[in-house]
Every structure is written in structure tokens, then in C-alpha cells.
Design a protein around this ligand. Structure first.
Ligand SMILES: [Zn+2]
Length: 387
């Protein structure tokens, strides 16, 4: 604990510390054997940390270390030494510091951010200056660091859809992994960070996939391959569609969500289908603050992929995908084409097709991030970027 020892002729009743986060009042009293003593200084609002080593106390404030010696009326900050109006001392578990440290030494060491207003007995702490906007990445135009999590659908004992027209016994899980790896390589090449939920033929529970995208992650892209159930026209359906999480409005959207959510039956240890089934998923939706962002991301990815895909542009769709419900970032699911259509399947299974798809999804992601950076810069009145 730290307290202020007050050695002024007419001491203030309290010292106010004004930071961008708010005001903290540190009461002071003057009746300890003639010496002035404050209540313990509140540690958290100042960001103060204290280390005691014998009679030496190191107080870190505003990124600077102040070294006190008990009973010595000086404090050193780096190479500079600042005289104090009194001596620091310990009483019980509290370190008492002369107020002149806060009034004179701190503003001197940390100018111009820390300023002492003697009339108001107030220490004003300004916000740290905004980092100057970094120059845009020449390849993408992005100024900030971004991390994307790529989720190749299915894996391990869950093959995904069997891939009616894929060669050599390949299934959906092989195609999604190939596209995911290429997309990661492409994003890295453009200077973004990208992680895969799986980089091998392994199964990850649906509810766990989006958890790969948390603090240091900007968005989540799940990659899948579509299929039509057997029927008269099952081989006709073709093309690309991009989903964001919402309530399915059409039978076709319901079909795709049920097909992808069905992967849960491969999860051996007690599948975690929410107790209320889809109802619970939809309730989760209302908690998802990223719906609008996800829809925008879906639109930009869909537009980019539709330009390179030989099949139909089936547009942006919405449905309740388990894999997207736990996302706490903008999240989409790309159905990259139909394994039940000969042309789509050939495109999806070819190295060139996979590369085109991966690059196009990366194009959509970068376009979204550029809009995002513009929006954030606008919200800050044209000031520095950041989130
Ligand atoms: Zn799938």
C-alpha cells in the first residue's frame, strides 16, 4: 500500500488524480505526530505498482520506475534524482510517500502527459498520444494488423459430403482442407496473420471451432462443399453461396444448415447439441453483435468468389449453423460449390480451382477489412486507426 505524506504549509484535504478514465480522490490528513499523512493511495486508477526490497521501494507509474529509499528525502527516476519535501517511510503495511513526489517529481519525469495543478491539488494525466497511422501495406492497403481464422469443414472420421464426382475417393473434408491451406498461404503472403482450426485430417467439435477466433482474431471463415440429396435434379444445382448466421428463411437454406450441423453425430463424447436444439442457437443470435458485420463480410466474399467460380452465383444466404454460433467475431460459412455437380466437382478438385477459390475468398476478406478500417478511422473523427 502507498500513502501520501503531506508536508505543505496549507495542505489540501484531498488530492485528485484526473485520468482519461475518470477522477480518483485521494484523501489526505495531517495529524500523525505533526507529520502529514494521507489515506492509502488508491493503486488501480493510477496504474501504480510497488516492489519492496528491504528498505528500497520501487514504484512504477506511467511506465517510469521511481526508486525510493526509506528515510531518504530523494527519489530517483532513471538517471534523474528529485528531492522530496519529506522522507518516505513504512507504517504497518503501508508505504507513505511525500506529496511532493506526486506534485513535483512525477510531472517532471513524465511531462507533458502528467501535470500538477497546485491550486486544485490535482494531477492531470493526459491520454497517451495516438500512434501515428502506419503506412498502408502496399499489397492490401491495410494499415492495421489482422488475424483471420480459417476453418476447413469436417475432418477425421467425419468426411463431410461424400463428393459424388470427386476423383480418387476424395470427400468434402479433403477439399476444404486444401482450400483452407491455400487461403492461409495467400493471406500470409499479403501480410495478414492466418490460423487454421485444423491443418491435418482431424475432427474438431463444431462448438469448438469458432473458439479459435477470440481476442487476437478479426474474423472467422468456415469452408465447406455443398451437395444435393439424391433426386431427379440433384446433379443440376451448381455454384457458390456464402452464409452468415441467422434464421433460415428458405427450405434450401434449412437443407444446407441441417447437412452441416449433422457433423455433430461424429463427435463421440456426448455431442453438445444445445438443449433447446436450433431454438437455442437462434436465441444465441440475438446476443451476436456481429450479425451486420458478418452479412457485410459474406457479401464481399460472395462477390469475389462468384467472379472466379464457373457455377452459379447463388448469393448471400442465412441459416443457423452450429459452427458459427459460438463465434464472437464476424463469421461466415462459404459453400464453395456442389460435389453433386460434375463441373463444380472438377473445379473444386483441381489445383487451379482451389487456388482461385482461396485467392478470391482472401480478396473478399481484405475488402471487408479495408471497409472496417475506414469505418473505425471515421468513428475516430479521421484520427488514428485501431479497434
Ligand atoms: Zn460441410
Amino acid at each position: 500500500m502507498i500513502a501520501l505524506l503531506l508536508l505543505l504549509v496549507r495542505p489540501p484535504q484531498a488530492v485528485v488524480i484526473a485520468t482519461p478514465r475518470g477522477l480518483t480522490s485521494v484523501p489526505v490528513s495531517t495529524d500523525l505526530g505533526g507529520a502529514a499523512v494521507a489515506e492509502p493511495l488508491l493503486v488501480a486508477p493510477l496504474g501504480v505498482s510497488l516492489v519492496m526490497e528491504g528498505t528500497r521501494a520501487t514504484v512504477t507509474l506511467g511506465g517510469a520506475g521511481f526508486v525510493f529509499e526509506l528515510g531518504v528525502p530523494y527519489v530517483s527516476a532513471g538517471a534523474a534524482v528529485c528531492p522530496l519535501a519529506g522522507e518516505p517511510y513504512m507504517a504497518r503495511d503501508t508505504l507513505y510517500l511525500p506529496l511532493s513526489w506526486l506534485a513535483e517529481c512525477v510531472p517532471r519525469a513524465l511531462a507533458p502527459r502528467y501535470r500538477w495543478d497546485a491550486a486544485a491539488a490535482r494531477l492531470d494525466v493526459a491520454s497517451p498520444p495516438l500512434a501515428p497511422p502506419s503506412p498502408p501495406n502496399p499489397m492490401t492497403g491495410l494499415r492495421q494488423h489482422h488475424t483471420i481464422v480459417i476453418d476447413p469443414g469436417h475432418g477425421g472420421r467425419d468426411p463431410g459430403n461424400p463428393g459424388l464426382y470427386f476423383p480418387e475417393g476424395r470427400t468434402e473434408k479433403d477439399i476444404t482442407l486444401a482450400i483452407g491451406k491455400l487461403m492461409r498461404a495467400e493471406l500470409l503472403r499479403r501480410g495478414l496473420a492466418a490460423n487454421l482450426t485444423r491443418s491435418t485430417d482431424t475432427l474438431i467439435d463444431l462448438a469448438d471451432r469458432a473458439s479459435y477466433c477470440r481476442e487476437a482474431c478479426d474474423l472467422f471463415v468456415s469452408i465447406h462443399v455443398n451437395a444435393m440429396p439424391p433426386g431427379r435434379h440433384s446433379t443440376r444445382a451448381t455454384g457458390i453461396e456464402t452464409y452468415f448466421l441467422s434464421e433460415a428463411k428458405t427450405e434450401d437454406q434449412k437443407r444446407v444448415a441441417e447437412m452441416e450441423n449433422d457433423a455433430i453425430r461424429f463427435e463421440t463424447d456426448s455431442p453438445r447439441l444445445p438443449a433447446g436444439g436450433l431454438g437455442t442457437i437462434l436465441k444465441d443470435l440475438q446476443l451476436n453483435e456481429y450479425l451486420r458485420e458478418s452479412a457485410q463480410l459474406a457479401g464481399l466474399v460472395q462477390g469475389a468468389v462468384a467472379r472466379v467460380h464457373p457455377g452459379e452465383d447463388r448469393g448471400v444466404q442465412q441459416a443457423a449453423f452450429m459452427v458459427l454460433t459460438t463465434a464472437r467475431r464476424p463469421a461466415i460459412l462459404v459453400e464453395t460449390g456442389f460435389a453433386t455437380n460434375r463441373d463444380d466437382a472438377a473445379f473444386l478438385a483441381s489445383a487451379l480451382g482451389q487456388r482461385k477459390l482461396a485467392n478470391a475468398i482472401a480478396d473478399g476478406v481484405v475488402a471487408y477489412l479495408l471497409e472496417f478500417e475506414r469505418k473505425v478511422a471515421g468513428a475516430q473523427g479521421g484520427g488514428g486507426p485501431g479497434r
